[in-house]
Design a binder for this molecule. Structure first.
Ligand SMILES: Cc1cc2nc3c(=O)[nH]c(=O)nc-3n(C[C@H](O)[C@H](O)[C@H](O)COP(=O)(O)OP(=O)(O)OC[C@H]3O[C@@H](n4cnc5c(N)ncnc54)[C@H](O)[C@@H]3O)c2cc1C
Length: 411
């Protein structure tokens, strides 16, 4: 198989972006042979603390719960914190050493594509060089299949006319990786902190020194025009200190920071076959990850669910391109992953509202929801519906503990 991997950045991702690795992802890393190495360099989450306003002095915060991670033993794989850049490094190494010897072509920007009705290579992709060495160079590539994993502003999605449904961005977050001196008692534990001044998701980073904080910058008004993205780091640090009061955060160095807006959106479908023609046409263009589902970072799902999209598509393309399965197998990608994306967005809305700023009288405390629903964010709730590769549950009683369409438990 010949595979081309295009990326407009000039080189590898160095810092920033997502960092929470769920157990199901670590299980996937094992399939690629690098689970042990990434576990060794990661921060391992074994518990999470919840902080809320002190009932006796609501202007200050107090720890309300300390919950174990994976209390019911859903997986033997750990829950990790490790930078997305390292995850990409390991996958890149695996791709380079694999039979197809794939290395990314950095510095190429996808412009648009068209799908023709006939021929072995029906997708025509137009590219432009955007690195120093190839500025102004244009290329056209013919492909059998194209996967757009080009993020929330996906041009591949636009090229196939797929619509992105949901609310527009309306909530802003500041995120920072910092070296700091703090008297906050749970500084080296993952925490959800909710105070009268707002909320923080606090995550100690691998290596033992840095920590990451997601700081709620609140709802963005419709006429904000992206002004919130210009929020300076000093404002974010000040806000963090207000939320942590009476504790303090003395930031000595900022390794990376960003401001981003969050929406809840999902695309339908995840391939180039219009919904009303599903099953009649074969797909040739697919979208995965943020290109087809976006949500908040609070449940740490962005990178994890996106990797499972890719894994789902990867094995199916392997089967089809080596002649082991009919091309129609590829239609199951959108069917299976679209359900997951919708469930994810529903889960994220609930989790975000539970952790929302000034959440006072919740029907269900955040810590209870976290423990009760842990199987979902850990990545093990996926249960595919009947299709050409998943049978009906007609004889489910013969193996009652092994739900049809769901991954077998490994214990
Ligand atoms: C700045 C930023 C901060 C984030 N922070 C967090 C976080 O703190 N926690 C969290 O859970 N999630 C975070 N996310 C989201 C998380 O990183 C994503 O859910 C996850 O990376 C999804 O992976 P993806 O491959 O679908 O998209 P991305 O990681 O966005 O990757 C898309 C890639 O496509 C490339 N690309 C885009 N357009 C083109 C084009 N036209 N031609 C060529 N290449 C193109 C981009 O350069 C990028 O490398 C963040 C995302 C961003 C962009």
């Amino acid at each position: 198989m010949t595979t081309r991997l295009l990326e407009r950045r000039p080189g590898r991702l160095e810092i920033g972006q997502a960092d929470g690795i769920q157990a199901r992802s670590v299980e996937t890393f094992q399939a690629f042979g690098f689970a042990e190495r990434i576990i060794a360099e990661a921060y391992r989450i074994t518990e999470m603390c919840f902080w809320k306003p002190d009932p006796n002095d609501p202007a200050t915060i107090v720890r309300s719960a300390r919950t174990p991670d994976d209390e019911t033993g859903i997986s033997e794989f750990p829950h990790l914190i490790v930078n997305q850049a390292r995850v990409l490094d390991y996958f890149a190494e695996s791709a380079e050493r694999g039979p197809a010897r794939i290395t990314p072509h950095y510095g190429w920007e996808f412009k648009k594509l068209t799908v023709e009705d006939e021929g072995d290579y029906p997708v025509r992709v137009e590219l432009a060089g955007c690195a120093e060495h190839n500025q102004g160079v244009e290329r056209t590539v013919r492909a059998k299949y194209v996967l757009g994993a080009d993020g929330a502003h996906s041009r591949v999605r636009d090229s196939i006319g797929a619509r992105h449904f949901g609310d527009v961005a309306n909530h802003a977050w500041g995120v920072m990786d910092v070296l700091a001196v703090s008297d906050f008692p749970d500084y080296r534990t993952k925490c959800a902190i909710s105070s009268q001044a707002g909320s923080i998701l606090h995550i100690p980073r691998e290596g033992g020194y840095l920590c990451r904080m997601y700081i709620d910058l609140g709802v963005v008004s419709a006429d904000d025009n992206k002004a919130v993205r210009k929020t300076p780091i000093e404002t974010i640090i000040r806000k963090a200190n207000e939320i942590l009061h009476p504790y303090t955060l003395d930031v000595r160095n900022v390794a990376w920071w960003s401001v981003y807006e969050v929406d809840h959106r999902v695309t339908d479908p995840f391939d180039d076959v219009p919904v009303d023609q599903a099953g009649e046409k074969l797909p040739h263009v697919f979208i995965a990850g943020d290109a087809c589902h976006t949500h908040s970072a609070k449940a740490g799902q962005g990178m994890n669910v996106s990797m499972q999209d890719g894994f789902n598509l990867g094995w199916k393309h392997g089967q089809v391109l080596t002649g082991r399965s009919p091309e129609s197998l590829l239609s199951t990608y959108s069917q299976e992953r679209h359900v997951i994306a919708r469930n994810l967005i529903e889960f994220d809305r609930k989790w975000s509202s539970i952790m929302a700023v000034n959440a006072k009288e919740l029907e269900e405390p955040a810590e209870e929801f976290y423990v009760k629903t842990f199987e979902f964010p850990a990545g093990f709730m996926t249960q595919n519906e009947p299709s050409m590769i998943v049978g009906e549950a007609t004889h489910q009683e013969l193996a009652a503990d092994f739900p049809i369409g769901k991954r077998f438990k490994s214990r």
